[in-house]
Design a protein around this ligand. Structure first.
Ligand SMILES: [Zn+2]
Length: 357
């Protein structure tokens, strides 16, 4: 389930100063206190009358209507109340989004409420907020003067706790990668991703939409290198386990189809590569056992003649560097112990380096 957000901003004036919000630390939930007034009626009122009061968003049974951009301040809580400062270290007008619930009259409560809940969930996901910590009622901040939005919710049988629970549930059924509601247990809290099943945080490996994720013992989705069962895995920034070649901090690694980081010789697409004990792909000369090999700049093991740093070398069909007298295409060549082809030798050498024997 997903709703469209309509953005129809009022002009600058007393209601909309255009001043920038100092980040979004919490949400203040309101109701309009004016039964039957719709989202657009409120928008028109604030646009024309420009009272020194406002809110970012008005929600009714047809619209989720943002009338002030979410990065600007709105005037929805008195500055001289102190609860907002105690709870969040800031005045609500400077650090919170104000959301107004439209109700009563011919407004369908359930339709309006569903949008109101969904929009709070959307804001929590967008600004990494926890509904249990970061959504407050206007009545909590200014109890001597205000009773919203409980006044509107309660008369339709919805308690504040139920509302927060409904927002939380809407978030848990939201798709991880989008803000549209879909059946998926990913939820972001305090900037960490969790995967829920029947309301319980999952741990360990988790397969979701064909990709593997790893949740630690606290349920936190992991990224980057992960050692599990003595094997190394790499989890992309979105948490998905990598397979195949992967470049990490300018080095290449190879994760097999199970995501396990490989070391040593690797044959891929008919070509040989060599991966150090730390998994990073080797380029250039590499001694493996007692033999030397040469991996080009793409990591591919070379065979046959190789010119490196002005010297000729010969790499056998298995890639190991030849030494001594070798025969190639019917000709003989002399190679030093370090593999360099001998050019000054008592044995006559042809123009192509071949020995005349
Ligand atoms: Zn209010």
């Amino acid at each position: 389930m997903s709703y469209h957000i309509t953005r129809d901003f009022i002009r600058l004036g007393n209601s909309r100063s255009g001043q920038k919000l100092n980040g979004v630390r919490f949400i203040v939930s309101h109701d309009t206190g004016n039964p039957g007034s719709t989202a657009y009626q409120n928008m028109n009122y604030f646009n024309k009358q420009q009272p020194s009061a406002s809110a970012h968003t008005f929600v009714d049974d047809q619209y989720i209507l943002e009338i002030i951009p979410l990065n600007e301040k709105a005037w929805h809580v008195r500055y001289n109340v102190s609860k907002d400062n105690q709870m969040f270290g800031a005045d609500a007008n400077d650090a919170a989004i104000g959301v107004e619930f439209c109700f009563g009259g011919s407004i369908n409560f359930q339709e309006s409420y569903n949008r109101y809940v969904w929009y709070h969930a959307y804001l929590c996901q967008t600004f990494n907020l926890d509904p249990h910590k970061h959504i407050v009622a206007h009545s909590l901040l200014d109890p001597s003067r205000r009773s919203d939005p409980q006044s509107a919710l309660n008369r339709n049988g919805v308690s504040w706790d139920q509302f927060i629970k409904d927002v939380s549930n809407a978030m848990s059924t939201n798709g991880k990668s989008s803000n549209s509601l879909s059946s998926n247990g990913w939820r972001k809290t305090d900037n960490q991703w969790y995967y829920y099943k029947n309301g319980v945080k999952q741990t360990g490996w988790r397969l979701d939409k064909g990709k593997w994720y790893f949740l630690d013992s606290n349920g936190v989705m992991q990224t980057g290198w992960l050692k599990d069962g003595g094997k190394w895995y790499y989890l992309d920034s979105d948490g998905a386990m990598a397979t195949g070649w992967k470049k990490v901090k300018s080095k290449w690694y190879y994760l097999d189809s199970n995501g396990v980081m490989q070391t040593g010789w690797l044959k891929d697409d008919g070509k040989w590569y060599y991966l150090n004990p730390d998994g990073d792909m080797v380029t250039g000369w590499k001694k493996v056992g007692e033999k030397w090999y040469f991996l080009n700049s793409s990591g591919v093991m070379q065979t046959g003649w190789l010119k490196d740093n002005g010297e000729w070398y010969y790499l056998n069909p298995d890639g190991d560097m030849a030494t001594g007298i070798i025969q190639v295409s019917g000709k003989y060549y002399a190679l030093k112990d370090n593999g360099e082809m001998l050019e000054n030798t008592s044995i006559p050498v042809g123009a192509d380096g071949a020995l005349n024997i």
